[in-house]
Write a protein that binds this ligand. Structure first.
Ligand code: FHN
Length: 612
């Protein structure tokens, strides 16, 4: 067992015992001083990209679980969405109420002092997530108001030191214990933007804020061992001014990697660029197609507020939730659906009811197989009548609008495959499968099984695949100038093209962090006879050729961006590849990914790359 886990388990025992004893001072369980976080590598020769989030063991639970519960819970919850000003007027908002209702600091602190979520029931919350089919939880540890929901040692603006709550309780510890017992992963939301900390707004004093922020993050990681950190509040803003920069984001990512290399982190750790964190975070929307270059998770409210608002009864139906989830899974994303507990810490019953109905649908007839461990398939075009996800050699066609009796559901195929069996989950009705035009007609013989969605499971014989390659990577020549001039300073074999040098790194310790270039050469060996999409994520410039023909030409210096090109490749054949990459100044990134109808998006793996 990982030494930190053993210490955490010990802490759990200490926490349980300490809860029985009167506590003095700041009663955060007096953890044995954790060893200083390992100083992450830095400087020339450092590559901060340590794995491919699309395939890494580190992210596998997140990519399999698909569906999570967001919890917005903080001092704002104590007002339950309404603030009566001294003049008697009523102002409404939820987690932004302090800002949007211009509540003076002292008034906000005064109301927070009455906050007493005595009915916060971690086991009930975890059960609500389980009943919903939500397999991970992300709770606000600190929102923009700066109020910490755990007994932080960095200040007294927190649930332990500034509330009417039982000082012997720690709701994050309670939630961690309940989530672990249920096999549910726990993550924390943490706002970079802080309306309360006096050192936040002034660039002169921001380093003091940053030190406290880093201290709080170390507390969270070392005390609760979260699987995920969900940052927010990274954008340029005023009142107070938010000076968070891309370099701050790069530093923070390196710091977090030093705290726990297993952590999954979202893109708001930086400035929501494709190179920030492990996944993108579209909010209140579902991308219309798979996102290029990065994993993604759509977060949404269940009504119209993140935090609790007693008057907001505009709830999404469970059918809407199911349909959103199916579309998200079919486009290769995750769905983080929010609940906002009230001032006592209770999840609204209306939320619980809809979540439970969602979980019923997922648990019926194996319909959850269309979501959990399922993902985008390029084998078919997304149909107008629903969503299609792939899980191994099965396609799950989720039908949101059932056809009239005898009418077919058409599926456009984007590669040659055959359907060897077709069933409707939860029904014994037959499904006729006929070749038709550019794909197949699927004609069910009976009625829909559920008004939310009915699922056809198609067992397929996929397109043939060449055996996995035995490549060792591409030849990489690097120059300590940005123009490939003179003999290369360094020549290596790079197992993959997966580089996040950020601001301080470079291909080799002898090459400075700015003004360098790298040329990769060799061959790329696909497993399918298909048209491949090659995707680069680059900063500053990139050009890519296959068999001598240009596929990507992004030679104008740029910040982090995605470029794509398509090329028909032959299964098992070694196609010549050349990539020219230059870095001017600032941050530096270069990643090469591929996808095809049969190949989900990933960093091109080493076994399919050859030095010649
Ligand atoms: O300002 C926050 C908002 O309160 C909420 O936390 C959402 C959830 O992702 N994030 C920010 C708005 O984008």
């Amino acid at each position: 067992m990982h030494h930190r886990r053993r210490r955490l388990r010990l802490l759990g025992v200490v926490a349980a015992l300490s809860a029985l004893l009167p506590t003095v001072g700041n009663p955060v369980t007096a953890a044995a001083k954790p060893p200083a976080p390992t100083r992450p590598a830095a400087g020339p020769g450092t590559n901060h990209a340590t794995d491919d989030p699309f395939t890494a063991e580190r992210t596998s639970w997140w990519r399999q679980d698909r569906f999570g519960m967001f919890i917005h819970f903080g001092a704002y919850s104590n007002l339950e969405g309404e603030y009566t000003r001294p003049d008697g007027t009523v102002c409404r908002n939820a987690e932004w109420i302090k800002r949007e209702c211009a509540i003076p600091n002292d008034a906000y602190e005064k109301q927070a002092a009455t906050f007493n979520p005595a009915d916060f029931d971690a086991e009930a919350i975890v059960k609500a997530a389980q009943d919903a089919g939500q397999r991970y939880i992300v709770i606000t540890a600190k929102h923009h108001d700066g109020y910490a929901m755990w007994p932080t040692r960095q200040n007294t603006w927190n649930l332990r030191d500034h509330s009417s709550f039982d000082p012997h309780r720690d709701i994050l510890a309670e939630l961690k214990t309940a989530a672990d017992a249920a096999g549910i992963k726990l993550g924390f939301y943490y706002s970079i933007w802080d309306w309360h900390d006096p050192d936040f707004a002034d660039p002169e004093t921001f380093p003091r804020y940053k030190k406290r922020m880093y201290g709080q993050l170390e507390e969270l990681v070392d005390t609760y061992d979260p699987a995920l950190l969900w940052f927010d509040g990274e954008w340029d803003a005023d009142n107070p001014a938010n000076t968070w920069s891309r370099r701050d984001g790069a530093d923070l990512q390196a710091y977090l990697h030093g705290l726990d290399p297993k952590l999954i982190v979202n893109n708001r750790v930086g400035k929501r660029e494709v190179v920030d964190g492990d996944f993108g975070t579209p909010e209140q929307e579902i991308p219309t197609e798979p996102v290029d270059g990065q994993l993604w998770e759509s977060c949404m409210t269940l009504n119209d507020h993140w935090g609790f608002a007693r008057y907001d009864t505009h709830w999404k139906s469970s059918a809407t939730i199911v349909r959103n989830l199916l579309q998200v899974a079919a486009r290769g994303g995750n769905y983080l659906l929010n609940v906002g507990p009230d001032s006592r810490g209770r999840i609204p019953q209306a939320s619980v009811d809809r979540l439970r109905e969602t979980g019923r649908w997922l648990g019926a007839h194996g319909q959850g197989d269309a979501v959990y461990g399922a993902g985008h398939t390029g084998l078919v075009a997304e149909p107008a009548w629903g969503a299609v996800s792939r899980r191994g050699d099965e396609l799950y066609a989720s039908v949101l609008s059932w056809p009239a009796p005898g009418k077919p559901l058409h599926l456009t195929a984007k590669a040659p495959f055959t359907v060897t069996a077709a069933t409707v989950l939860g029904s014994s009705q037959r499904v006729a499968v006929t070749a038709a035009g550019d794909g197949f007609d699927l004609t069910p013989s009976g009625a829909a099984t559920d008004p939310a969605a009915s699922v056809l499971r198609l067992t397929i014989k996929p397109p043939p695949a060449a055996p996995a390659g035995t490549g060792t990577g591409l030849t990489a020549q690097s120059w300590a100038n940005g123009s490939f001039t003179g003999p290369p300073s360094v020549t290596t074999v790079d197992p993959t093209v997966n580089k996040s040098y950020r601001f301080d790194g470079s291909p080799d310790p002898t090459i400075p962090a700015d003004h360098f270039s790298t040329r990769w050469t060799g061959s790329i060996q696909p497993r399918f006879d298909e048209t491949y999409t090659l995707t680069t994520v680059s900063d500053d410039t990139v050009r890519l050729w296959i068999d001598g023909r240009p596929v990507i030409d992004s030679a104008t210096p740029h910040g982090p961006r995605v470029d794509k090109g398509t090329v028909a490749l032959t299964a098992g054949h070694r196609h010549r590849i050349r990539i020219d990459y230059t870095e001017g100044t600032g941050e530096a990134h270069l990643k090469l990914l591929w996808s095809s109808p049969s190949q989900p998006q990933q960093i091109v793996p080493q076994r399919q790359l050859h030095t010649r």
